[in-house]
Design a binder for this molecule. Structure first.
Ligand code: BMA
Length: 368
């Protein structure tokens, strides 16, 4: 790994991006001009307010499998500023993601978001290469086997090649690569994914991260990506940084945390945990010159009373995160309760609209 670190540090010194005290350059020393511009924009925008994000916003609507149908647009007449995309199974070369969205549609959607001045972030729930199971199959202590010398190392690099092909295929109308924020191996402080805390040591995890980034940008020459680190709920900064691969490998720091339940105790517990984690990431971002985000959150089924205007608003008023991303509104008929922003007619629609009306909350039209 030492050799890789040297290469990365050397790259950063030769950075093509201007950078500066206020807007540091991305960690990829060869980041494209448009990627540098996005990074600068994230700093500027987080000084202005908090962007609304929604996972799979353009991929489908609630209980409605229709590419291009956005519940946020349907409810508010505007798109979220940040759109999340899920690329699980891209590494297998399949036509559809694990959430049954066509990769061609994801590619087209990322171009559409870019063309209207929006920002895309990508998550990757990769399958377990050794068991053949899903991202939630934690068998076989797979991380160690992905590293150099491991049983699945070469095969994993092949899967990373497919990720690189996909990222490299994102192009705007002028043929320029479209920058995206890639949230690698997320929620690693918990143990529900195969890269989770119980299934690899911090050193193995960091090695996997660096190897992945090095393969994408060093070996494959993918230079339209900003890298986001997003654990889940932690007790303190030491726990947050336990698996952090280092400042030269991460551009955006965030975390994932959900509200479970609907009563006052649940809301209070969520607020307390949000405050703790928001304090950790915003303090670290300020110190390390990174962008802070609330990478994944929400209250499934929106049962909590006035979730947006009463529970989320005080948090977004106070903490300087670039965005807050709510999870997806499932299209699947067997997931009727799996939605995180209102669809038209849901009782929480007015509450959502009241929250986004705040000066500080930025939708797509506010960031053009
Ligand atoms: C989870 C759920 C799953 C989905 C996965 C990846 O939180 O929404 O249904 O497959 O994320 O998007």
């Amino acid at each position: 790994m030492k050799r890789l670190l040297t290469i990365a540090a050397g790259g950063a010194l030769l950075a093509g991006c201007a950078g500066g005290a206020k807007t540091p350059a991305p960690t990829d020393g060869a980041a494209t001009a448009k990627t540098c511009a996005l990074y600068g924009r994230l700093f500027d925008l987080s000084a202005r307010g908090v962007m609304v994000g929604h996972q799979d916003d353009l991929a489908y609507g609630y209980q409605r499998r229709e590419y291009g149908f956005s519940d946020v647009y349907d409810c508010t007449g505007d798109y979220p500023a940040v759109t999340g995309w899920e690329i699980g199974r891209v590494e297998l070369g399949t036509a559809y993601s694990l959430d049954s969205v066509r990769f061609d549609d994801i590619r087209r959607g990322i171009a559409e978001v870019d063309a209207r001045g929006g920002i895309s972030t990508v998550s990757w729930h990769a399958d377990n290469i050794l068991t053949g199971g899903s991202t939630w199959d934690c068998g076989a202590r797979v991380v160690a086997e992905l590293l150099p010398g491991g049983a699945a190392h070469e095969e994993w690099l092949g899967r990373l090649d497919r990720v690189a092909d996909f990222l490299g295929s994102l192009r705007d109308a002028e043929g320029r690569p479209i920058p995206v924020v890639l949230r690698l191996y997320h929620e690693q402080t918990a143990s529900w994914f195969w890269w989770g805390a119980e299934w690899c040591s911090p050193e193995e995890y960091k090695a996997l991260w660096r190897m992945t980034v090095e393969h994408l940008r060093g070996v494959r020459g993918v230079h339209n990506v900003l890298y986001a680190y997003s654990p889940t709920d932690v007790a303190d900064e030491a726990a947050y940084l336990e698996r952090y691969p280092g400042d030269e490998w991460v551009d955006v720091v965030g975390f994932d945390l959900y509200l479970f339940g609907s009563g006052e105790a649940a809301a209070a517990r969520y607020t307390e945990r949000m405050r703790r984690n928001l304090s950790i990431v915003t303090a670290y971002a300020a110190r390390a010159g990174k962008v802070a985000v609330m990478a994944e959150t929400g209250a499934e089924g929106l049962a909590a009373e006035r979730y947006f205007s009463r529970i989320v608003a005080p948090l977004t008023e106070e903490y300087p995160v670039a965005w807050i991303l709510f999870w997806r509104n499932a299209w699947e008929p067997d997931k009727p309760g799996h939605f995180y922003v209102p669809y038209k007619g849901h009782p929480s629609q007015a509450d959502f609209e009241a929250w986004i009306a705040s000066e500080r909350i930025l939708m797509n039209r506010d960031i053009r």
